[in-house]
Design a protein around this ligand. Structure first.
Ligand code: IPE
Ligand code: IPE
Ligand code: MG
Length: 241
């Protein structure tokens, strides 16, 4: 990487195309999910090398629960396995691991493994690896509104306090991403050009890079290429330059 390029603080990836990758090879869809783990590792390495501080990955959407049960079970099992296998590697590389999403829908055994890895890696500071699991942007905004309303309305002057609020940043503290900077760059693989209910609030000023490769074929060079593309963008945030 060229040291003079602008490095995004937070890169997020919509990892798409596992099923098609497998089908193109005459295999079951789940074969592509398994292969996709390699691309997660490659992206994490590339992100850490480049000095990215937060790498987040859209691993499973709220809508993905509507897939065939067998595929859902396989994906959850894969997540559990990856968590169990990667502890040492994450510790060696200073990676803080976190999972964000609707935890109420996750299996308790998986949830325990997640909590344990989050606890083990909580003081690591090289890079944050954030997995969005059972996540959707509308769910996040909805749960935030609900949590905020319940908190304020439990106080005597809560309704008046809500009425007096004038800074949207106060609301974003209730999103599951509280404390994490908004993504500077969102990459989506597989050639699809849509958000699929991903970071709707947080992605308000993200730059997008769409890559035609399927996720299992995405490697370090592709990650670096996306960073170069990002560096060439002119972010204006609605202002005149
Ligand atoms: C992305 O690959 C992984 C998940 C959404 C869990 P897909 O499973 O969506 O693969 P395609 O898009 O059907 O090829
Ligand atoms: C988006 O991919 C969700 C994840 C990558 C986890 P999908 O494959 O579920 O999205 P659609 O169905 O093509 O919009
Ligand atoms: Mg897909």
């Amino acid at each position: 990487m060229d040291n003079n390029t602008k490095i995004p603080v937070h890169v997020s990836i919509i990892m798409d195309g596992n099923g098609r990758w497998a089908r193109e090879r005459g295999q079951e869809r789940v074969f592509g999910h398994k292969k996709g783990i390699g691309s997660v590792r490659a992206s994490l390495q590339a992100a850490a090398e480049a000095g990215v501080k937060y790498l987040s990955l859209y691993a499973f959407s709220e809508e993905n629960w509507n897939r065939p049960q067998e595929e859902v079970d396989y994906l959850m099992k894969l997540m559990f396995q990856a968590i169990s296998d990667e502890v040492e590697e994450l510790m060696r590389n200073g990676v803080r691991f976190r999972v964000l999403g609707n935890r109420a829908r996750l299996n308790p055994v998986l949830l325990d493994a997640i909590r344990s890895l989050e606890e083990t890696t909580r003081d690591n500071t090289t890079i944050d690896l954030i997995i969005f699991l059972s996540y959707s942007g509308r769910w996040d905004i909805f749960q935030a509104a609900r949590k905020m309303a319940l908190e304020y309305l439990s106080r005597p002057d809560g309704a008046a306090e809500i009425e007096a609020m004038n800074d949207p940043a106060l609301f974003s503290r209730y999103l599951v991403t509280d404390g994490i900077p908004d993504p500077d760059l969102i990459i989506r693989t597989s050639g699809e050009q849509r958000l699929s209910n991903y970071l709707l609030w947080q992605g308000a000023y993200s730059e997008f890079v769409f890559v035609d490769k399927m996720w299992p074929d995405f490697g370090k060079e592709d990650f670096f290429a996306a960073l170069s593309e990002f560096a060439s963008r002119d972010r204006r945030y609605g202002k005149v330059k």
